[in-house]
Write a protein that binds this ligand. Structure first.
Ligand code: OSB
Ligand code: MG
Length: 370
Protein backbone atom coordinates (compact mmCIF):
# COMPACT_ATOMS: atom_id res chain seq x y z
CA UNK A 1 0.00 0.00 0.00
CA UNK A 2 1.22 3.47 -0.82
CA UNK A 3 0.65 6.84 0.85
CA UNK A 4 0.11 9.76 -1.50
CA UNK A 5 -0.08 12.73 0.81
CA UNK A 6 0.10 13.77 4.44
CA UNK A 7 -0.77 16.80 6.48
CA UNK A 8 0.31 18.15 9.88
CA UNK A 9 -2.24 20.12 11.88
CA UNK A 10 -1.14 22.14 14.91
CA UNK A 11 -4.22 22.51 17.16
CA UNK A 12 -4.98 24.25 20.45
CA UNK A 13 -8.06 22.86 22.20
CA UNK A 14 -9.30 24.68 25.34
CA UNK A 15 -9.47 22.47 28.44
CA UNK A 16 -12.45 22.41 30.78
CA UNK A 17 -10.08 23.33 33.63
CA UNK A 18 -6.34 23.82 34.05
CA UNK A 19 -4.21 20.75 34.89
CA UNK A 20 -1.24 21.48 37.16
CA UNK A 21 1.68 19.14 37.94
CA UNK A 22 5.06 19.69 39.63
CA UNK A 23 6.48 20.68 36.23
CA UNK A 24 3.69 22.32 34.22
CA UNK A 25 0.28 23.96 34.09
CA UNK A 26 -1.89 23.36 31.02
CA UNK A 27 -5.22 25.04 30.25
CA UNK A 28 -4.99 24.77 26.48
CA UNK A 29 -4.29 21.31 25.04
CA UNK A 30 -1.88 21.92 22.17
CA UNK A 31 -0.68 19.14 19.93
CA UNK A 32 -0.28 17.95 16.38
CA UNK A 33 -2.62 15.78 14.36
CA UNK A 34 -0.91 13.69 11.70
CA UNK A 35 -3.12 12.94 8.68
CA UNK A 36 -2.02 10.36 6.10
CA UNK A 37 -3.85 9.67 2.85
CA UNK A 38 -3.64 7.07 0.11
CA UNK A 39 -5.88 4.69 -1.85
CA UNK A 40 -8.80 7.00 -1.05
CA UNK A 41 -8.42 6.38 2.68
CA UNK A 42 -7.48 8.84 5.44
CA UNK A 43 -5.79 7.98 8.74
CA UNK A 44 -5.32 10.22 11.78
CA UNK A 45 -2.88 10.18 14.66
CA UNK A 46 -2.13 12.50 17.59
CA UNK A 47 1.25 13.75 18.83
CA UNK A 48 0.98 14.31 22.59
CA UNK A 49 3.91 16.74 22.89
CA UNK A 50 3.26 19.92 24.87
CA UNK A 51 4.44 23.43 23.97
CA UNK A 52 7.10 23.37 26.72
CA UNK A 53 9.79 20.67 27.17
CA UNK A 54 8.85 19.96 30.82
CA UNK A 55 7.39 16.44 30.95
CA UNK A 56 9.78 15.42 28.18
CA UNK A 57 12.29 17.07 25.82
CA UNK A 58 9.83 17.14 22.90
CA UNK A 59 7.60 20.08 22.00
CA UNK A 60 4.96 20.77 19.35
CA UNK A 61 7.68 22.55 17.34
CA UNK A 62 10.24 19.72 17.51
CA UNK A 63 7.53 17.24 16.53
CA UNK A 64 6.54 19.29 13.47
CA UNK A 65 10.20 19.53 12.44
CA UNK A 66 10.99 15.84 12.87
CA UNK A 67 7.76 14.66 11.22
CA UNK A 68 8.10 17.02 8.23
CA UNK A 69 11.82 16.58 7.61
CA UNK A 70 12.56 12.98 8.64
CA UNK A 71 9.65 10.68 9.56
CA UNK A 72 7.02 11.43 6.91
CA UNK A 73 9.53 11.35 3.99
CA UNK A 74 10.44 7.78 5.03
CA UNK A 75 6.87 6.48 4.86
CA UNK A 76 5.92 8.54 1.78
CA UNK A 77 8.87 7.49 -0.40
CA UNK A 78 7.74 3.92 -1.25
CA UNK A 79 4.86 1.48 -0.62
CA UNK A 80 4.95 -0.83 2.42
CA UNK A 81 3.35 -4.15 3.38
CA UNK A 82 2.57 -3.51 7.04
CA UNK A 83 2.61 -0.80 9.71
CA UNK A 84 5.61 -2.61 11.24
CA UNK A 85 7.54 -2.32 7.96
CA UNK A 86 6.63 1.37 7.60
CA UNK A 87 7.78 2.37 11.09
CA UNK A 88 10.98 0.28 10.76
CA UNK A 89 12.07 2.84 8.13
CA UNK A 90 12.52 5.50 10.79
CA UNK A 91 14.24 3.29 13.36
CA UNK A 92 17.42 5.22 12.54
CA UNK A 93 15.94 8.43 14.03
CA UNK A 94 17.09 8.76 17.63
CA UNK A 95 14.67 10.05 20.23
CA UNK A 96 11.47 11.96 19.34
CA UNK A 97 9.14 9.19 20.60
CA UNK A 98 6.04 11.41 20.62
CA UNK A 99 6.51 12.39 16.97
CA UNK A 100 7.06 8.71 16.07
CA UNK A 101 4.01 7.59 18.06
CA UNK A 102 1.78 10.19 16.35
CA UNK A 103 2.77 8.95 12.91
CA UNK A 104 2.51 5.27 13.90
CA UNK A 105 -1.03 5.95 15.20
CA UNK A 106 -2.02 7.55 11.86
CA UNK A 107 -0.56 4.56 9.99
CA UNK A 108 -2.54 2.12 12.17
CA UNK A 109 -5.72 4.14 11.61
CA UNK A 110 -5.14 4.20 7.84
CA UNK A 111 -4.19 0.50 7.69
CA UNK A 112 -7.19 -0.51 9.79
CA UNK A 113 -9.59 1.45 7.61
CA UNK A 114 -8.06 -0.15 4.49
CA UNK A 115 -8.33 -3.68 5.88
CA UNK A 116 -11.48 -3.39 8.01
CA UNK A 117 -9.62 -4.13 11.25
CA UNK A 118 -10.03 -2.17 14.48
CA UNK A 119 -6.95 -1.03 16.36
CA UNK A 120 -7.92 -3.38 19.18
CA UNK A 121 -7.81 -6.33 16.74
CA UNK A 122 -4.54 -5.16 15.17
CA UNK A 123 -2.92 -4.98 18.63
CA UNK A 124 -4.43 -8.25 19.83
CA UNK A 125 -6.59 -6.72 22.57
CA UNK A 126 -9.65 -8.58 23.75
CA UNK A 127 -11.45 -6.53 26.40
CA UNK A 128 -14.70 -4.85 25.28
CA UNK A 129 -14.22 -2.13 27.91
CA UNK A 130 -11.32 -0.99 30.08
CA UNK A 131 -11.09 0.09 33.72
CA UNK A 132 -10.05 3.72 34.08
CA UNK A 133 -9.23 6.21 36.81
CA UNK A 134 -8.90 9.96 37.06
CA UNK A 135 -5.78 12.04 37.63
CA UNK A 136 -6.24 15.15 39.77
CA UNK A 137 -3.78 18.01 39.27
CA UNK A 138 -2.23 20.10 42.06
CA UNK A 139 -4.90 22.18 43.80
CA UNK A 140 -4.77 25.63 45.44
CA UNK A 141 -6.08 24.26 48.77
CA UNK A 142 -7.03 21.05 50.60
CA UNK A 143 -10.64 22.16 50.34
CA UNK A 144 -10.33 22.42 46.53
CA UNK A 145 -8.75 18.96 46.39
CA UNK A 146 -11.62 17.48 48.43
CA UNK A 147 -14.15 19.17 46.12
CA UNK A 148 -12.42 17.81 43.00
CA UNK A 149 -12.24 14.28 44.40
CA UNK A 150 -15.90 14.33 45.44
CA UNK A 151 -16.91 15.63 42.03
CA UNK A 152 -15.07 12.77 40.28
CA UNK A 153 -16.38 10.17 42.75
CA UNK A 154 -19.91 11.39 41.97
CA UNK A 155 -19.13 11.11 38.24
CA UNK A 156 -18.38 7.40 38.83
CA UNK A 157 -14.60 7.11 39.05
CA UNK A 158 -13.26 4.53 41.51
CA UNK A 159 -9.48 5.08 41.14
CA UNK A 160 -7.93 8.46 41.89
CA UNK A 161 -4.39 9.66 41.21
CA UNK A 162 -3.32 12.80 43.04
CA UNK A 163 -0.35 14.91 41.92
CA UNK A 164 2.13 15.53 44.76
CA UNK A 165 5.23 17.69 45.40
CA UNK A 166 7.43 18.30 48.47
CA UNK A 167 4.97 21.12 49.36
CA UNK A 168 1.87 19.02 48.70
CA UNK A 169 2.26 15.54 50.15
CA UNK A 170 1.15 14.38 53.61
CA UNK A 171 -1.87 16.62 54.23
CA UNK A 172 -3.33 16.30 50.70
CA UNK A 173 -2.97 12.50 50.73
CA UNK A 174 -4.53 12.22 54.18
CA UNK A 175 -7.39 14.47 53.06
CA UNK A 176 -7.81 12.44 49.87
CA UNK A 177 -7.98 9.18 51.82
CA UNK A 178 -10.49 10.67 54.27
CA UNK A 179 -12.65 12.05 51.44
CA UNK A 180 -12.63 8.83 49.42
CA UNK A 181 -12.93 6.34 52.28
CA UNK A 182 -10.91 3.15 52.70
CA UNK A 183 -12.16 1.14 49.70
CA UNK A 184 -11.42 3.52 46.80
CA UNK A 185 -8.06 3.08 45.03
CA UNK A 186 -5.79 6.08 45.62
CA UNK A 187 -2.40 6.69 43.99
CA UNK A 188 0.06 9.62 43.83
CA UNK A 189 2.29 11.01 41.07
CA UNK A 190 5.26 13.32 41.82
CA UNK A 191 6.57 13.80 38.25
CA UNK A 192 10.11 13.57 39.63
CA UNK A 193 9.77 16.32 42.25
CA UNK A 194 11.57 14.56 45.15
CA UNK A 195 15.23 13.89 45.99
CA UNK A 196 16.62 10.65 47.47
CA UNK A 197 17.22 12.55 50.73
CA UNK A 198 13.43 12.83 51.13
CA UNK A 199 12.98 9.04 51.25
CA UNK A 200 11.76 9.16 54.86
CA UNK A 201 8.84 11.41 53.91
CA UNK A 202 8.04 9.16 50.95
CA UNK A 203 8.00 6.09 53.23
CA UNK A 204 5.45 7.93 55.38
CA UNK A 205 2.81 7.92 52.61
CA UNK A 206 2.43 4.15 53.16
CA UNK A 207 -0.03 5.20 55.89
CA UNK A 208 -2.55 6.10 53.17
CA UNK A 209 -2.31 2.63 51.53
CA UNK A 210 -1.64 3.94 48.02
CA UNK A 211 -2.08 1.69 45.00
CA UNK A 212 1.31 3.11 43.92
CA UNK A 213 3.59 6.14 44.14
CA UNK A 214 4.53 7.27 40.61
CA UNK A 215 7.88 8.76 39.59
CA UNK A 216 8.96 10.16 42.95
CA UNK A 217 12.59 10.84 41.86
CA UNK A 218 14.28 12.34 38.81
CA UNK A 219 13.64 10.86 35.39
CA UNK A 220 17.28 9.76 34.94
CA UNK A 221 17.58 8.26 38.46
CA UNK A 222 17.00 4.53 37.93
CA UNK A 223 19.54 3.48 40.56
CA UNK A 224 18.03 5.88 43.14
CA UNK A 225 14.58 4.48 42.43
CA UNK A 226 15.95 0.95 42.91
CA UNK A 227 17.35 1.95 46.31
CA UNK A 228 14.07 3.63 47.30
CA UNK A 229 11.96 0.68 46.13
CA UNK A 230 13.53 -1.61 48.74
CA UNK A 231 12.20 0.37 51.70
CA UNK A 232 9.32 2.44 50.31
CA UNK A 233 6.46 0.31 51.66
CA UNK A 234 4.27 1.48 48.74
CA UNK A 235 4.43 -0.05 45.23
CA UNK A 236 6.77 2.14 43.15
CA UNK A 237 5.54 3.12 39.67
CA UNK A 238 7.76 4.59 36.94
CA UNK A 239 6.60 6.92 34.15
CA UNK A 240 9.21 9.44 32.87
CA UNK A 241 12.11 7.08 33.73
CA UNK A 242 10.98 4.53 31.11
CA UNK A 243 11.47 6.03 27.61
CA UNK A 244 11.95 2.67 25.85
CA UNK A 245 11.80 -1.11 26.14
CA UNK A 246 15.57 -1.13 26.82
CA UNK A 247 15.15 1.32 29.68
CA UNK A 248 12.34 -0.84 31.06
CA UNK A 249 14.48 -3.96 30.92
CA UNK A 250 17.29 -2.10 32.71
CA UNK A 251 14.82 -0.90 35.37
CA UNK A 252 13.49 -4.45 35.81
CA UNK A 253 17.03 -5.83 36.17
CA UNK A 254 17.73 -3.16 38.83
CA UNK A 255 14.41 -3.87 40.60
CA UNK A 256 13.60 -0.16 40.30
CA UNK A 257 9.81 -0.53 39.93
CA UNK A 258 6.74 -2.55 40.89
CA UNK A 259 4.30 -0.85 38.52
CA UNK A 260 4.72 0.39 34.93
CA UNK A 261 2.81 3.38 33.56
CA UNK A 262 3.12 2.91 29.79
CA UNK A 263 2.39 5.77 27.39
CA UNK A 264 2.74 5.17 23.65
CA UNK A 265 3.95 8.77 23.20
CA UNK A 266 6.74 8.25 25.74
CA UNK A 267 8.08 4.99 24.26
CA UNK A 268 7.67 5.77 20.54
CA UNK A 269 4.37 4.12 19.64
CA UNK A 270 1.80 1.44 20.26
CA UNK A 271 4.11 -1.38 19.11
CA UNK A 272 6.90 -0.50 21.58
CA UNK A 273 4.22 0.15 24.23
CA UNK A 274 2.84 -3.36 23.68
CA UNK A 275 6.38 -4.78 23.92
CA UNK A 276 6.87 -2.91 27.21
CA UNK A 277 3.60 -4.33 28.57
CA UNK A 278 4.69 -7.86 27.65
CA UNK A 279 8.11 -7.43 29.25
CA UNK A 280 6.62 -5.91 32.42
CA UNK A 281 4.00 -8.63 32.63
CA UNK A 282 6.63 -11.39 32.27
CA UNK A 283 8.58 -9.76 35.10
CA UNK A 284 5.51 -9.84 37.35
CA UNK A 285 4.93 -6.06 37.43
CA UNK A 286 1.53 -4.43 37.54
CA UNK A 287 0.81 -2.21 34.52
CA UNK A 288 -1.54 0.47 33.23
CA UNK A 289 -1.82 2.84 30.27
CA UNK A 290 -1.05 6.46 31.15
CA UNK A 291 -2.58 9.61 29.71
CA UNK A 292 -1.05 12.82 28.39
CA UNK A 293 -4.22 14.94 28.37
CA UNK A 294 -4.81 13.80 24.80
CA UNK A 295 -7.94 14.47 22.72
CA UNK A 296 -10.36 11.68 21.77
CA UNK A 297 -8.04 10.75 18.86
CA UNK A 298 -5.12 9.79 21.09
CA UNK A 299 -7.50 8.52 23.75
CA UNK A 300 -8.99 6.01 21.27
CA UNK A 301 -5.51 4.56 20.72
CA UNK A 302 -4.81 4.39 24.46
CA UNK A 303 -8.13 2.68 25.14
CA UNK A 304 -7.36 0.06 22.45
CA UNK A 305 -3.94 -0.52 24.07
CA UNK A 306 -5.55 -0.90 27.50
CA UNK A 307 -7.73 -3.70 26.09
CA UNK A 308 -4.67 -5.99 26.15
CA UNK A 309 -4.66 -8.56 28.95
CA UNK A 310 -1.10 -7.48 29.89
CA UNK A 311 -2.68 -4.33 31.43
CA UNK A 312 -3.55 -5.17 35.03
CA UNK A 313 -4.52 -1.88 36.78
CA UNK A 314 -7.05 0.85 35.86
CA UNK A 315 -5.57 3.22 33.27
CA UNK A 316 -5.25 7.06 33.35
CA UNK A 317 -7.84 7.44 30.60
CA UNK A 318 -10.75 9.51 31.83
CA UNK A 319 -13.86 10.39 29.86
CA UNK A 320 -13.67 13.35 27.46
CA UNK A 321 -15.75 15.55 29.81
CA UNK A 322 -12.97 15.42 32.44
CA UNK A 323 -10.69 17.33 30.06
CA UNK A 324 -12.81 19.14 27.45
CA UNK A 325 -16.22 20.77 27.12
CA UNK A 326 -15.95 19.87 23.45
CA UNK A 327 -13.57 17.10 22.37
CA UNK A 328 -11.94 16.89 18.93
CA UNK A 329 -13.87 13.71 18.04
CA UNK A 330 -16.82 11.67 19.31
CA UNK A 331 -16.45 11.98 23.10
CA UNK A 332 -15.61 9.05 25.37
CA UNK A 333 -18.25 8.67 28.09
CA UNK A 334 -17.67 7.00 31.47
CA UNK A 335 -19.54 3.70 31.68
CA UNK A 336 -20.61 1.82 34.78
CA UNK A 337 -17.84 0.49 37.05
CA UNK A 338 -15.46 3.31 36.03
CA UNK A 339 -14.89 2.00 32.47
CA UNK A 340 -14.54 3.26 28.91
CA UNK A 341 -15.82 1.24 25.95
CA UNK A 342 -13.17 0.15 23.42
CA UNK A 343 -14.06 1.24 19.86
CA UNK A 344 -14.60 -1.68 17.46
CA UNK A 345 -14.97 0.03 14.08
CA UNK A 346 -11.99 0.03 11.68
CA UNK A 347 -8.82 1.88 12.67
CA UNK A 348 -9.09 4.14 15.71
CA UNK A 349 -12.88 4.04 15.40
CA UNK A 350 -13.14 7.83 15.79
CA UNK A 351 -12.44 10.74 13.40
CA UNK A 352 -11.85 14.45 14.10
CA UNK A 353 -15.01 16.53 13.91
CA UNK A 354 -14.22 18.84 10.92
CA UNK A 355 -16.02 21.87 12.40
CA UNK A 356 -14.29 21.57 15.78
CA UNK A 357 -10.91 20.91 14.16
CA UNK A 358 -11.27 23.97 11.90
CA UNK A 359 -12.04 26.12 14.93
CA UNK A 360 -9.02 24.96 16.97
CA UNK A 361 -6.45 24.76 14.15
CA UNK A 362 -3.43 27.05 14.60
CA UNK A 363 -1.55 26.02 11.44
CA UNK A 364 -1.53 23.25 8.87
CA UNK A 365 0.99 22.13 6.29
CA UNK A 366 0.94 19.52 3.55
CA UNK A 367 3.85 17.08 3.33
CA UNK A 368 3.92 15.36 -0.07
CA UNK A 369 6.28 12.66 -1.42
CA UNK A 370 9.58 14.15 -2.63
O1 OSB B 1 2.74 12.28 34.70
O2 OSB B 1 1.13 11.04 34.15
C1 OSB B 1 1.71 12.12 34.07
C2 OSB B 1 -0.43 14.55 32.04
C3 OSB B 1 0.52 15.23 31.34
C4 OSB B 1 1.85 14.93 31.55
C5 OSB B 1 2.20 13.94 32.47
C6 OSB B 1 1.25 13.24 33.16
C7 OSB B 1 -0.09 13.58 32.97
C8 OSB B 1 -1.17 12.94 33.69
C9 OSB B 1 -2.47 12.96 33.00
O3 OSB B 1 -1.05 12.50 34.79
C10 OSB B 1 -3.31 11.81 33.31
C11 OSB B 1 -4.47 11.79 32.38
O4 OSB B 1 -4.32 11.98 31.15
O5 OSB B 1 -5.58 11.62 32.88
MG1 MG C 1 3.08 10.39 35.58
Amino acid sequence: MRLERSELVHFALPMASAFRTSVSEVSLCEGVLVCVQGAGITGWGEVVADTRPSYSAETVTTALHVLRDFLLPEVLRAPFDSVEAAVARFDWVRGHPMAKAGLEMALFDWWGRATGLSLREMLGGTRPSVAVGVSVGLQPSIRALETELSRFATAGYTRFKVKVTPDWLEAPLAAARATLGQTMALAADANGAFKSEEAERLRGVADQRLQFLEQPLGWEDLVSHAALQKTLGTPLCLDESIPSLSALDSAIALKALDVLNVKPGRVGGLLPARACLESAHRAGLQTFVGGMLETAIGRAANVALASLLTVTLPSDLSASARYFDEDLAEPFVLGTDSTLTVPTSPGLGVVPNPAVLARVTRAREVVAPA
